[in-house]
Design a binder for this molecule. Sequence first.
Ligand code: NAD
Length: 430
Amino acid sequence: MLKRKVTDCVNMSSDINPYESLREQIDDAGKYLDIGDGVLERLKSPERILETNLSVELDDGSTGVFRAYRSQFNGARGPYKGGIRYHPGVSRDEVKALSGWMVYKSAVVDIPYGGGKGGIVIDPREYSEDELERITRAFATELRPLIGEDRDIPAPDVNTGQREMNWIKDTYETLENTTAPGVITGKAIDSGGSEGRVEATGRSTMLTAREAFAYLGRDITGTTVAIQGFGNAGSIAAKLLQDEQNAAIVAVSDSSGAVYNEDGLDVHDLKAFKSETGSVMGYDGATEELTNEELLTLDVDLLVPAALENAIDGELAEDVKVDVIVEAANGPLTPKADSILTERDVCIVPDILANAGGVTVSYFEWVQNRQRFYWTEQKVNEELERHISTAFNDLIDCYEELDLPNFRTAAYVVAVQRVLDASEEAGQWP
Ligand code: NAD
């Protein structure tokens, strides 16, 4: 069973409220759509939020109380869908923002889901595996009336993985006295998971980077790449960019700092080193160690932020030198950074497309669960590539047709229009 590494709690620009960023992004798209203020407000606000306090017995016999949330943002296109994050920085507004991004991410890749997100305010490094299991099962019990194969389908996010998904599935199935593997995605293969799910987010990051370079008329082979965050999304994007696109990954960071080698790092070796030591720092294939800020401002061809929100704010954006950014993380640029980089004509592939591989293969997992018929990894990867390439082309058509300022606005125009169409077809009731 795959266990996830715990993401260190590092403060990025925590003064930026991600929910406000989301609302600004939807407002930007709204300028190009025929949409009234009331309807736009509806598309910027969650439908409902569960806020609960989980009370759990700890190993020493004391009681721990943990704040937890689940936001169901919009269900016009299908069941709510989105991950569960364990992090001390989880907040009501962060969960609202992440659930909204899920709505538009699912819409941009045209899969039949709405958006949701959940989280527990916790630093999981401070708890034993038994405690984490009790906390997760307590959360699953609170979630039980809200989730279901046709209602709301959680998935992994930062600091959760197959282990937590398996516990949630088991709790739900036990309480409902049924089998329902499609109630959650990101499960281990033996528990109904899909081939290719672990790699999916890194794979869509690689695919959208490839498409962006092709659109710019540039060859991705031999390009230099810096990657912030070497967890699930970042390390797999690094591996696939190196192995399948022959790019040189010259710098990689995690929460402890960055390593650099101008001739390219051996990503497989670095990954093995990090698995052993818990950090990229001290890796002997690097020629230099850098700070996280130095990595983000390196003069390379492609920057992939793959850590947390708000990694690049307005101040740092002034020093960013790359001309292509592919957002593996959700919300890595503040709105100010986004407008500074757009002014400078930096090509930014937005998170809602770049990291949509995760939710797309989650959708394939759910389809397989519903059919009780499982696909090969090759079929999963081919279907993923088809969805991501189609979505990229839809984005480009919209970008060119409306002469939009950047790819992010184009992605939101496509996605908001799709959600709007579904809402209008459903009609207003009551
Ligand atoms: P993860 O916990 O596996 O990895 C996060 C990595 O970021 C870790 O290596 C951590 O050390 C590093 N990090 C944390 N703070 C940092 C800092 N200040 N500087 C540099 N590195 C730092 O998480 P993940 O699943 O890879 O998720 C990363 C991002 O991708 C998140 O924004 C998440 O929402 C997004 N995302 C993930 C998936 C998925 O399927 N895993 C899908 C869509 C989006």
